[in-house]
Unconditional design. Sequence first.
Length: 132
Amino acid sequence: MIRILTVKTKKRIETVDITKEVRGVIYDLGVREGICTIFVPHTTAGITINEGADPDVMRDFIDKLDELIPLESDYLHAEGNSAAHIKTGIVGSSVHIMIDKGEPLLGTWQSIFFCEFDGPRERKVQVKVIEE
Ligand code: ZN
């Protein structure tokens, strides 16, 4: 069974910490040992795991991506959102986390971030938990 999380983004580019929501799915399913796959079914939004303790880390992440892949360039894609597609390709569309004793095995400073690159929009995140 696949659980769907809804993420309503507020800005064109932002990261949204969805760790609590993912943890909620694992608790809800009552899985003690297994694997959790989180997949973003969009071409202009992705997902990554990084530091959640200091918000400046993700701010730097977004700002540097913007610097490397500017909104305007000599892109061919007529829709005008090539930068968002490229950022999504770099960040990726899925992450996988092991579950141990009912908890996602994240490092002390790690959080799961939904990455919006062409918002604001309402987005879907698919969460699949496989019990071992
Ligand atoms: Zn496009």
